[in-house]
Each structure stands twice: as structure tokens, then as C-alpha cells.
Design a protein around this ligand. Sequence first.
Ligand SMILES: Cc1ncc(COP(=O)(O)O)c(C=O)c1O
Length: 368
Amino acid sequence: MLMDLCELSPSYVRSIAPYQPGKPISELARELGLKEEGIIKLASNENPRGIGPRTRAAIEASIAEVARYPDGNGFELKQALARRYGVDMGAIVLGNGSNDVLELVALAFLGPGRAGVYSQHAFAVYPLATQARGARSIVVPAKNYAHDLDAMAKAIDDETYVVWLANPNNPTGTFARGEEIEAFLRKVPERVIVVLDEAYNEYLTPDLRAGSIKWLKRHPNLVITRTFSKAYGLAGLRVGYALAHPTVADVMNRVRQPFNVNSMALAAAAAALDDMEFVARSYADNLQGMKQLEEGARSLKLEFIPSHGNFITIKVGKAAEVYKRLLKRGVIVRPIAGYGLPEHLRVTVGTAAENDKFLSALAASFRE
Ligand SMILES: Cc1ncc(COP(=O)(O)O)c(C=O)c1O
């Protein structure tokens, strides 16, 4: 009899529930026999603006070098980030998306007999990364959909080595102000790594941008993660980074694959970082689009969770059903029952036309 090869992996790996990505446009087109052009995807918090011309030019120029391995240390991108944020290059860890950097934290600091703390409704990679290392998850109930930072600080036990915070959080879009995060950091013992995941930082209004980077000096256990996937429009190339104390960055770099960020991604990210105008436009578009979706939800008398990201989570009732009806109309959004929110759908802010199409499809789905 054939052996169940799955049994060979540790039980904590076998019990992992795989990450559920947004449905690709091509998949829905195949399933429903629709034309790809008629489908919109507002399911993965991507940038509807695409990329700017300078970033495109950098990507095109990088094609000439694809036969060579990339610079495994990402010198140019690190130099640009170090300049931008006033940190040493040794304080930066580059990743294949910020997802990779989150995994590096887990690889470096978690394992059997250790624990990671995160909030209910927090970004799905925290449970995945914690569990894949055989570490225990300590899940803290959310308060009004948001991280309950006091309860999270209290939940830290002797086995806790990592606390995961998403600010803003995905999929709730909730946000904790700088003072609250600082107060939290003061409560956390120095031996516990605090990951402050700021994937949506560029979408915050200026008054809310806390300047978390200055906290790194006071809190050597702080790891800030950011990404080029959202406001910079580079989700498909996969590049993100962590800023941390050089000792922490060093440990993370030891468990990193030598060439974890590809050469096109490195070139694109360096160019995108420089294109402040593109990011500013993405920010402005997002504010506008968010307003459109909020007004649309209000006019359909639907509750939503006020969001600080480039997405909004709307309470639609039987979300799995509504999701399917939207698919039939060529609109892909994200069901989030897996996050403990079976009545909500998460919708990425798209272009004005996409937001309109989503809102009309949603209204029509309620009339069905
Ligand atoms: C809160 C949060 N962190 C991290 C990521 C990972 O993004 P990436 O790996 O593309 O940088 C995402 C992606 O949706 C996210 O929502």
C-alpha cells in the first residue's frame, strides 16, 4: 500500500490552512467563459494605477541583465532606502515581497516551544508563518475589529518571541495611532520581537503617519516591514523590506535565500522609490476612490469598517453568496470568512470606473 507521504511532514505543517489568494482574472474568465477585458479584480489590494513610466523604463533596462544572478545584497536599493529613511544599510533586510520578510522573522525567531502573538482578524500570514515554524499562536480577541493593544501586551508569556502587528491591518483597515503603538512598545519586554507591518503606510493621511522609524533607536526589538506591492504598484515583481536593529537584521539575513529578490524587482523598486509623484498620485486616487466606495456603501445602507488602507471591508450579509453573484457579473472581490468575518467582503479601491462597476454589481446582486 502506498504510504501517506503527507504523514511525513510535522503535524504542525499538516494542519496549516493554505493562504487563499484573490481569484485571478484569467481563472474567472476560464470558469465563466467571459472575456478578460470584461472582468475587474478588486481582490488583492493592488494599485489600479499600475506603474509609472520611470519604473517601466527601469524594468525594461533590467532585461539586459536577466542572465546574471541579481545582487544578493541589493546594494543600490538598500542605499536608496537608507538615504530615504536615515538608517544604516545594515538595518535593512530585503524580501521577495514583505511576505518574505515576515517569514524571515518567523524563521529567525520562532520554533517549537515558542509562541507568536497576533490579533483576531489580523493579516493571514501571521498565523501561517507562526504555525509553519511549529510555534504556538496566541490569538487576542479584537476590539471593534481592531487590535486590542493592551490585551496583546498582557497576552505575552514566557514563550513569546514575536508579536505581529499590522498597522493598518488587512482586512479590517483599522489603525492604531503612533502614541498607542509607542505605549505598547514600552510595555513589551525587549526579548520579544515586535513586527510592525506597515504595508499600507503610504495610504495614511499625513497627520497619521507616525514616523515609526524613529522608534527603532529606542526599541531594538522593533522590526518595521514595508512593501513595494501597494502604493508603488509592484505587487507582481515581489519586493518588500524590513527596517530593524542591525543585530536583528543580521539574524534575518542569515536565514534569507542568497538571491531572494530578483534583479528586475531590485531595479524597479529603486526607480519606484524615487518617483514620489507617482506615490502621491496613488495616494490621492485612493482617497477619492475610498470616498466613492464609502458613499456607495452608505447609499446601499451597508455598514463598513472605516479603513486606512487601499481597501474597504463592507458588511453585506451572506457574503459567500454575494461574492458568487458578483463573480457572475465579472467582479472579483475578497470573501474573508477565513478571517472570522463571514458577513463581510473586502473590496480594493479601484479606478473610478471599477468602483462604479463594483457598486452597480453589488446593488444588482441584492435585487437578485
Ligand atoms: C498587512 C499586509 N502585510 C503584508 C502583505 C504582503 O504583501 P507583499 O508580500 O506583496 O509585500 C500584505 C498583502 O496584502 C498585507 O496586507
